[in-house]
Ligand binder design. Structure first.
Ligand code: C2E
Ligand code: SIN
Ligand code: SIN
Ligand code: FE
Length: 735
């Protein structure tokens, strides 16, 4: 390049430099600003999506904790807090489910009486929100975000009150949900280096931070929580580590007072670094373009070369305005223009690919959010309906629409006959009619069950006829996928999807189908567990009731009553109870109470109970204790607690002169007011050791006379009507 340039050409070159370089540099700077805004916007959207994902995930854990607690509340050793057995049971439950950092029971005073993790010292949770709310509302409650006193970990605690038979809250069953789960969420979201995911409580204190190399847990995020509490969903803030990040916020489950947030932050610096790299690259290209222009002018300053340069500049312009598909359309030959064009085209291609990758990633996260929302809906169906058929219908609906298949069904395994029976379906022709049960060995539906894994048949027509699933006949399905429903190691059935065209499911799609199947299996398992529990409860109740009848016969004998006396009185009491409007559901307790009304007389010595004459004042004092004895005897038996009204209150009187507590009027439970009338009438018309039986008329007159004194007048009226009804019935019957 030792040659000197001709004077005319020098001027021309200066013009080229001015014309090409100045607008290009301005354009690059302008474009850099736009790209930076674009990247920040993308980061903001990603943080929001991941935050939403994390919050939904946690909400889902809360929902499934609600039904785990409900199931645990049915377990005897937990209800009764039998120390070691209760601890062992809860410990087994947290081992089975790592989402729980702890499970425990707190008594009414807040003292923890049972805990999966061992207690090193007494722990009281009376001040915790989950505890106070569960006691106050008598319902499932969500607490504040906290550091556990037993776990020492950041947890969200939820609680379910344990009720006694009378409906009172006797204790609170709680679960501590481990917030370390957010780490998994962060890992799945594949955030850029330097990103963080946090849980911030209402005070702005960091409860969880992932990752946390600087140990910032416990510190306060400057202003971030205020913005989040004010409803902002994103912000650019300096974190406590000094790094400026773009944050997205999402409120976590719980009422408005708990206001805790998950925050996801992506550092701004890498965005700037990226921008600097982009800018450096483009400036390099710009310089190369100018040099090429100079070279071209220098060596072959003809129109052909100028055309090439113009094309290069045009392509650079289009790229700058965000058209990543722009290319120079020049041949990538060995000449200077060709090499510059090649560089520009390579750069354009890289930008285009990166944008496509970002778009795919965004779609993937959006799909995950949608799937999680569906899972949550299924969880809600499981706990809200208590009804397996409805839950399975929800599952079939969700699978069909979310996975875009033509039809879905759920078959349940009937163990005794080793057959699969249709339980729910969606997308089949209505004229399919009743489907027969299929034997496991018969069709393709049995294979997922017998092999315990997913079976995919890409083309049903390839199966021999007897292997085809039942609905194939008229429906022209092509693809079949069967997933076994397995919970706690037990196969419960199969979830099947059908499609009329070939399906090429990817790994994400299959994973979601299998997650839905897992959830379905849990629903079925719960339902089976629940109906087993109900059945054994019913069996126990029957066994108890025949024991009670045995007791009441023994009591009659000792009291020198006639055989079956108590049983007869009991039947009359039930009739009168119905007549005064005691609800059907309470009659079982009325019946048990009536059978046991005088069980307290067990505590009265024979010398008093069987005394032929009137009692002395001292003897009366003993006799008047029999309702209290009944209370003491029966109240520890949970099953009989709702039946206590009659044994405890049957000697109270309407005017307040009865015993043991001297209750008056409607303070006396209605069942006891009903019972008193029947009991006195029956006592008066029976022989007693202390007197002979009265005639019926005299007894009726006495009852009528005592209305408003001993008895509730309304009950007396119903009693008299009932007797009248009996008399009319007797008259109407032929003698
Ligand atoms: P019980 O024999 O089953 O009597 C139940 C209730 O029927 C009595 O409750 C009382 O309200 C009424 N009642 C029974 N007999 C008569 C009666 O002759 N006249 C009147 N006006 N009411 C009658 P109460 O009085 O609280 O007695 C509770 C239980 O104490 C009785 O059960 C019985 O076991 C015992 N008792 C009551 N009075 C005597 C007595 O004079 N001698 C003895 N040995 N026991 C008595
Ligand atoms: C608490 O609420 O701190 C007690 C619960 C626990 O740490 O497991
Ligand atoms: C319930 O929700 O009350 C118990 C049933 C279950 O565990 O899903
Ligand atoms: Fe009595």
């Amino acid at each position: 390049m030792g040659r000197s340039l001709p004077g005319g050409l020098r001027g021309w070159l200066t013009a080229v430099i001015l014309i090409a370089v100045v607008p290009l540099a301005a354009l690059l700077l302008f474009e850099a600003g736009g790209r930076y805004r674009h990247n920040t916007e993308q980061a903001r959207r990603q943080t929001l999506q991941v935050a939403r994902f994390a919050a939904l995930d946690l909400e889902r854990v809360v929902v499934s904790a609600a039904h785990s607690l409900a199931a645990l509340a049915q377990v005897g050793v937990v209800r009764n807090r039998s120390d070691a057995a209760c601890n062992r049971w809860l410990a087994a439950a947290i081992t089975a489910d790592p989402r729980y950092a702890n499970l425990g029971v707190a008594e009414r005073d807040g003292r923890v009486s049972c805990s999966a993790l061992p207690l090193r010292r007494p722990v009281n949770v009376a001040d915790r929100r989950y505890f106070r709310e569960a006691v106050r509302t008598g319902r499932f409650a969500i607490g504040e975000y906290q550091i556990g006193r037993i776990t020492g970990k950041p947890t969200l605690n939820v609680a379910l009150p344990l009720r006694d038979a009378a409906g009172g809250v006797q204790a609170v069953l709680f679960a501590a949900l481990d917030l370390a789960r957010l780490q998994e969420v962060a890992a799945r979201a594949a955030l850029p280096a330097g990103s963080v995911i946090l849980v911030i409580d209402a005070n702005g204190t960091i409860l969880v931070r992932h990752p946390d190399p600087e140990g910032l847990t416990g510190r306060t995020l400057r202003d971030g929580h205020l913005l989040a509490a004010a409803g902002a969903n994103s912000a650019e803030l300096a974190g406590p580590d000094g790094v400026v990040r773009v944050y997205g916020f999402e409120r976590l489950p719980g009422g408005p007072q708990e206001a805790a947030f998950v925050a996801v932050g992506i550092p701004r610096d890498p965005l700037l670094a990226q921008l600097r790299r982009d800018l450096a690259g483009r400036l390099g290209v710009a310089v190369a373009v100018v040099l090429a222009a100079l070279l071209a002018a220098w060596t072959l300053a003809d129109r052909f070369i100028l055309r090439g340069v113009n094309r290069l500049i045009a392509a650079a312009d289009r790229l700058a305005s965000g058209e990543s598909a722009a290319r120079t359309d020049l041949r990538h030959d060995a000449g200077e223009i060709g090499r510059v064009a090649a560089a520009l085209d390579r750069m354009a291609e890289a930008v285009e690919q990166r944008e496509a990758a970002l778009r795919r990633e965004r779609q993937r996260v959006a799909r995950q959010v949608e799937q999680l929302a569906a899972l949550r809906q299924i969880d809600l169906a499981i706990i809200e309906t208590h009804d397996l058929a409805t839950t399975l219908d929800t599952v079939a609906d969700q699978v069909t629409s979310l996975l875009s298949v033509d039809a879905t069904d759920i078959l349940l395994l009937h163990q005794a006959t080793q057959t699969l029976r249709y339980a729910a379906g969606k997308g089949f022709r209505p004229d399919e009619g009743q489907r027969p049960a299929v034997r496991l060995s018969e069709g393709v539906s049995g294979r997922p069950v017998m092999e315990s894994h997913t079976v995919l048949v890409p083309d049903l027509a390839s199966l021999p006829d007897p292997m085809r699933p039942h609905p194939i006949g008229a429906e022209r399905f092509v693809t079949y996928i069967g997933v076994p429903l397995i919970a706690r190691g037990q196969v419960r059935g199969v979830l099947e999807v059908f499609h009329r065209r070939p399906l090429q499911p990817d790994a994400d799609w299959m994973a979601f189908l299998e997650t839905l199947a897992g959830q379905t299996a849990i629903a079925i398992d719960n339902a089976v567990l629940f109906s087993d529990l109900q059945r054994s409860h019913q069996e126990l109740a029957l066994a108890y009731d025949s024991t009670l009848e045995g007791w009441s016969r023994a009591l009659d004998l000792r009291d020198e009553q006639t055989e079956g006396h108590t049983l007869r009185v009991t039947n009359q009491v039930l009739e009168l109870a119905r007549a005064v409007g005691i609800p059907q559901a309470e009659l079982v307790h009325v019946r048990r109470g009536a059978l046991l009304h005088d069980i307290g007389k067990i505590g009265i010595p024979d010398s008093i109970l069987r005394k032929p004459g009137p009692l002395t004042e001292a003897e009366w004092e003993v006799m008047r204790r029999h309702p209290v004895y009944a209370y003491e005897l029966l109240s520890p038996i949970e099953f009989l607690r709702p039946a206590l009204d009659i044994p405890y209150c049957h000697h109270e009187k309407w005017d307040g002169t009865g015993y043991p507590r001297g209750l008056r009027g409607e303070q006396i439970p209605l069942a006891a007011r009903v019972f008193a009338v029947i009991d006195v009438y029956d006592a008066l018309t029976s022989d007693r050791p202390y007197r002979a039986a009265w005639p019926e008329d005299k007894a009726v007159a006495y009852i009528r006379e005592q209305a408003g004194k001993h008895f509730d007048p309304a009950v007396v009226e119903a009693f008299l009507r009932m007797r009248e009804g009996h008399r009319e019935m007797k008259r109407a019957l032929p003698a």
